[in-house]
Write a protein that binds this ligand. Structure first.
Ligand code: ZN
Length: 394
C-alpha cells in the first residue's frame, strides 16, 4: 500500500477507509491506512470539527468495551445526475448514504440531441428547485454518462454534450464541485462501496452487464486509487452482427445487454429490468435459449480474456445479470477466459457478484461521495476549482 503523503492525501486515506467500510474504528483505520494512531486521531478531530464525519459508540470486535465508531456525515449532502437504463435520474443524498430527493425522466436510446438537451434541462431545473426550496448546501455533485471519456467531442452512445451539461449544472448549483464519469466507473465505485469488510488492495477488472455492458479496471480505493473505464461492451465480436447503439455492428453489448437477452427469452426488456439481476432464475428458459445464452457467455469470456491480455490483472468481478449465473456458467466463463488469455486462466480469480450495490440514483450518489472523499473532504470550494472529470488516468 502506498503511504499517504500530503495533508489532503492523509485525509483522503482516512475518509476512503471509512467510506469503503461504511464506518470504522480508529484502530482499524490506523492499521489499514498505514498511519500512527496519533496521526489518525488528529485527522479525525479535524474532520469531526468540520462536520465531515460523525462518531457513535459501538462494541469493537476483539477489543472488549465500546469505542468510537466513525461514519461519514448524514448532514453533508451530495447530488447526482445519472443517465442509465433509458432514464435520466437526479438525486440528493447524504454522505452517509441516505437519499433525500430522487426523480427520473424517460430518455430512450436513440433520442436526438434536442430531446436529450431538453430532458436534461428539466432534470437540472427540478434538482436546483428542490435544493433551493430546502435551502440545502450541496458539497459535491457527480454526473454519470454511458460512453463518456474525458476529452471526447462526440459521445457515441448518447447524443449528449457533456461540456454543455456541466455548464448548465454549474449555473444551477453555483460553486459546487462536479465530477463527470463514465457509467461503468460509477458502477464500479458503487460496487466497491457495498463490498464492505473485504479489504483487498489488488487491482481487478470489474465487468457489468445490464441495459449497457461495460467494464472498468479498478485499483484500491481506500488508498485513493483509480478506476479506469474500459469499453468492453463495444468490443466487436461479430463484424456482421446486429447493429449496436454505438453505430458499429456486432459489439459484445448486442449479445449480452438486457435488450438482447429479452429477445432471446421473447419477453419485454422492461420485464427483465423490473426483476432485477435475478431474472435468470425467474423465467422458464427453454433448452434452445439456454444454449444460445451459453454461446453468448462464451463470447463474454473471450472478451474478458482479451481485455486481460491488454491490461494484466489476476482478478475479475462480474456483476449485473451475469453476477447471478449458476456455477456451471461460471465454469463456462472461466474456460472461455482461458481460451483467450495468454497462458490460460488457471491463476484467474473470477467472482460472480450479485448486484446488491443498489441501482441508480444510489450508484450516482456513491460516485459523488467518493469524489468528495478523494478531494480530502474539503468543504469550502473556490469557484474556479469546480470542474473535474473522473474516468481514464486521473
Ligand atoms: Zn457498440
Amino acid at each position: 500500500m502506498r503511504k499517504p503523503r500530503s495533508r489532503s492525501d492523509t485525509r483522503t486515506a482516512v475518509l476512503g477507509h471509512i467510506w469503503c467500510q461504511s464506518g470504522s474504528f480508529r484502530t482499524h483505520i490506523s492499521r489499514n491506512v498505514g498511519l500512527t494512531e496519533a496521526s489518525v486521531s488528529r485527522i479525525i478531530a479535524e474532520l469531526k470539527a468540520e462536520g465531515v464525519i460523525e462518531e457513535s459508540r459501538r462494541i469493537a470486535p476483539y477489543q472488549g468495551g465500546p469505542s468510537a465508531f466513525l461514519t461519514l456525515s448524514k448532514s453533508i449532502y451530495v447530488a447526482a445526475l445519472e443517465v442509465s437504463n433509458s432514464r435520466i435520474h437526479v438525486a440528493v443524498g447524504s454522505l452517509g448514504g441516505d437519499i433525500v430527493f430522487s426523480e427520473h425522466h424517460s430518455l430512450p436510446d436513440g433520442a436526438d440531441a434536442g430531446a436529450v438537451e431538453a430532458t436534461i434541462g428539466v432534470a437540472i431545473t427540478d434538482l436546483a428547485r428542490w435544493v433551493q426550496r430546502r435551502d440545502v448546501v450541496i458539497d459535491q455533485a457527480a454526473v454519470s454518462i454511458p460512453g463518456f471519456h474525458s476529452g471526447q467531442t462526440v459521445n457515441p452512445i448518447i447524443a449528449l454534450d457533456a461540456a454543455r451539461l456541466l455548464q448548465r449544472l454549474t449555473q444551477a448549483l453555483p460553486g459546487v464541485p462536479v465530477t463527470v464519469a463514465n457509467s461503468m466507473v460509477t458502477r464500479a465505485v458503487a460496487y466497491r462501496l457495498h463490498e464492505a469488510n473485504k479489504i483487498r488492495t489488488d487491482p481487478y477488472l470489474f465487468v457489468y452487464t445490464g441495459h449497457g455492458v461495460g467494464a472498468a479496471f479498478v485499483e484500491d480505493f481506500a488508498d485513493g486509487g483509480s478506476v479506469e473505464a474500459c469499453e468492453l461492451g463495444h468490443m466487436v465480436v461479430e463484424p456482421k452482427g446486429n447493429l449496436c447503439r454505438c453505430g458499429h455492428r456486432g459489439c459484445l453489448e448486442t449479445l449480452l445487454s438486457s435488450a438482447a437477452l429479452a429477445d432471446v427469452l421473447g419477453v419485454a426488456e422492461a420485464d427483465l429490468i423490473a426483476r432485477g439481476d435475478q431474472w435468470i432464475h425467474e423465467f422458464r428458459i427453454s433448452a434452445k435459449a439456454k444454449r444460445d445464452i451459453g454461446e453468448r457467455l462464451f463470447r463474454l469470456g473471450l472478451a474478458i480474456g482479451n481485455a486481460l491480455n491488454v491490461s494484466r490483472s489476476n482478478r475479475v468481478v462480474v456483476t449485473g445479470w451475469t453476477g447471478a449465473l449458476p456455477e456451471e456458467d461460471r465454469a463456462l466463463l472461466l474456460d472461455a477466459i482461458g481460451q483467450a488469455l495468454l497462458g490460460g486462466a488457471a491463476h484467474i480469480e473470477l467472482t460472480l457478484a450479485p448486484a446488491n450495490f443498489g441501482r441508480e440514483p444510489a450508484t450516482g450518489l456513491a460516485l459523488a461521495s467518493h469524489s468528495f472523499v478523494r478531494r480530502g473532504g474539503a468543504r469550502a470550494t473556490a469557484p474556479d476549482e469546480v470542474l473535474t472529470t473522473e474516468d481514464a488516468r486521473e
